[in-house]
Design a protein around this ligand. Structure first.
Ligand code: AMP
Length: 589
């Protein structure tokens, strides 16, 4: 096993390494540092966050640049502001004994003038996010025409975020003979093509298996109906009273919505996504680090660069589109020698993805049941009992004891304990005593029993295939105009000139109000409640002539009727509400 001394680093860097308490180089450092020190070569390294990759490119760059010069010689591109700041801070620590070293961080959401000043001071190294970097180049606030080393950090993530054009444009301002070092957790085609385009004969190093998950993380999945996702999330949180977690959603909107719901329901939660201002994101992260927030609901992009070590659980509220992203997510827990759990809430239509993830991470998932309400009550009760047991008595209470004793003079110990714990327990008990089983069996069907569900509403809508819709585009359209989440519109069944769909009952009024006065191409888009829950699904043939005729009638003449197509009964329950006076919206597809 080599030491940092063996790697050939200078005394200033070795002193900083000692100060930092690094005793031995990590795998990626052992592989990258000696090669980068010895040769002027391009490098492609497959390594995840947490492997020590910043030092793997940072030490050689610090060793090789000319500190006495004020020319910018090294450029590091990273996907997010958080990561950019993190890399800058690390480099400053590594180079703390390199007198005259200037490292400038360049990222969006902060003063460009201030950043230009930092560069002008003679920054030998610039750490930047691509968007702001491009901006500064176009304003001639930076000169990267003489750089010798460029690093593309988290290249897969930069490309995921759509920075390909920006990176290409930035690199076109750099000399051809520079060395490029690319670090990526995964190697999708796009990253391989960037390597091919910008690099010459790179050395390739891989740390561990490129997508293998950490040993310290166990993986669990919970199969529920898509519409029960949120209830399932709450139960998982309640069943783990000391949870300190990141909850991943797929979109910014879902992220915001889930966080808001959690806060409304009394959890200490916060949202982290790209629609928040930098200031808001900083506040959320600060609260999370200080553990004022127990549940951080985040998008994949925003969660990059979160450098918090003691996360107990990662919860995949929805699975990511790219299966490989799961590795990034689960890697947020089980850090710094601690164990962690990565949970996936999955609906029947997605459960096959679990198998694909298992292949990638080379680990088995355990299928677990969402705890029942009574199991949660027990966990909460015992957690409270343990907390009370471990609490040191506060003797400030001593002087009040006589009065309290007097109050409980006739209460025996068991009764007193019951009363004491009821203060907290009853809240959970009342909430959960009539709660349903959220688990879905994984055999056959689509996992939903519409015939039994009384909690959702089925609607008729007078648009269909003839209007250019299929079930996916109609679902998207409804979600968008009604401002509902991706699981909130379901069982979409498109016929030739009309369709059916379901929402939770709680959204019924919203749906009916919205379509009270909604016109498209001079024609009212009509939505009515259907009495059938949609058990018959979309397999019947289209026989909608009668309905078509009916809808040609003026609005007032429409009556409750039975669809010839599906036998679903509809009632004209549209309500004219206060909303009906709002301007008519044009339909977007
Ligand atoms: P990174 O993968 O660059 O994000 O590094 C993850 C963390 O590991 C950072 O906090 C580094 O300071 C730390 N680190 C880097 N190299 C070593 C090392 N050889 N020994 C111990 N910790 C390290």
């Amino acid at each position: 096993m080599s030491t940092f001394q063996d790697l050939g680093l200078n005394d200033d860097l070795l002193q900083a390494i000692t100060d930092l308490g690094f005793t031995k180089p990590s795998d990626v450092q052992q592989k990258a540092i000696p090669t980068l020190l010895a040769e002027e070569r391009d490098l492609v390294a497959l390594a995840q966050t947490g492997t020590g990759k910043t030092a793997a490119f940072g030490f050689p760059m610090l060793e090789k640049i000319d500190i006495n010069s004020r020319t910018t010689q090294g450029l590091i591109l990273s996907p997010t502001r958080e990561l950019c700041l993190q890399i800058t801070a690390e480099l400053k620590l590594y180079g703390k004994y390199c007198k005259g070293l200037n490292v400038a961080a360049i990222y969006g959401g902060a003063s460009i003038t201030e950043q230009a000043k930092q560069v002008k001071k003679g920054a030998q190294i610039i750490v930047a996010t691509p968007g702001r970097m491009k901006d500064m180049i176009s304003r001639k606030l930076v000169d990267i025409s003489k750089i010798q080393y460029s690093v593309l950090d988290e290249a897969d993530e930069m490309l995921n975020m759509g920075f390909y054009e920006d990176i290409t444009s930035i690199l076109s301002h750099t000399p051809d003979d520079k060395s490029t070092w690319l670090f990526s957790a995964t190697m999708p085609r796009e990253v391989a093509s960037i390597a091919k385009k910008f690099m010459y004969d790179p050395i390739e190093i891989t740390v561990g298996n490129k997508n293998e998950s950490t040993k310290n993380v166990s993986h669990e999945y919970y199969l529920v109906n898509a519409r029960d996702r949120y209830l399932a999330l709450k139960r998982l949180a309640d069943a783990n009273p000391d949870i300190f977690s990141v909850i991943f959603c797929r979109t910014k909107r879902d992220t915001q919505k889930v966080a808001e719901k959690l806060v409304e329901d009394g959890y200490s939660a916060g949202a982290l996504h790209g629609d928040l201002s930098q200031n808001q994101r900083d506040l959320v992260m600060k609260a999370f680090r200080n553990k004022q927030i127990q549940m951080l609901v985040a998008t994949d992009v925003a969660a990059r660069g979160i450098d918090v070590d003691d996360i107990t659980h990662v919860i995949n509220y929805q699975l990511p589109d790219e299966i490989e992203t799961y590795t990034h997510r689960s890697g947020r827990t089980g850090r710094a020698g601690k164990t962690g759990v990565s949970m996936v809430i999955v609906s029947k239509s997605e459960v096959r993805k679990i198998k694909s993830i298992e292949r990638i991470i080379k680990k088995q998932f355990e299928k677990k049941n969402i705890p029942s309400g009574m199991e949660i009550c027990k966990v909460q009760l015992m957690s409270l009992a343990n907390k009370v047991h471990n609490t040191e008595a506060n003797h400030e209470i001593d002087s009040y004891l006589p009065s309290i004793n007097e109050l409980f003079n006739n209460t025996d110990k068991d009764e007193l304990i019951k009363k004491f714990f009821s203060v907290e327990f009853t809240r959970f008990f009342n909430y959960y005593q009539k709660s349903k089983d959220l688990n879905v069996s994984d055999s056959g069907g689509d996992g939903r029993d519409y015939s039994k569900s009384s909690n959702d509403t089925r609607y008729f809508i007078n648009v269909g295939r003839k209007d250019g819709y299929d079930w996916m585009s109609l679902k998207d359209f409804l979600k968008e105009v009604l401002e509902l989440g991706r699981d909130d519109v379901f069982k979409v069944d498109v016929k030739d000139s009309f369709s059916f769909f379901n929402t939770e009952k709680e959204n019924e009024q919203k749906v009916l109000d919205f379509f009270t006065d909604f016109k498209y191409n001079g024609r009212f888009v009509n939505v009515e409640i259907s009495e059938n829950k949609g058990r018959s699904g979309g397999k019947r043939r289209d026989r909608d002539r009668g309905r078509r005729r009916n809808h040609d009638k003026p609005k007032g003449e429409r009556r409750s009727r039975r669809s010839k197509d599906t036998g679903e009964r509809t009632t004209n329950k549209r309500r004219r509400s206060s909303v009906s006076n709002r301007p008519r919206r044009s339909r977007r597809k």
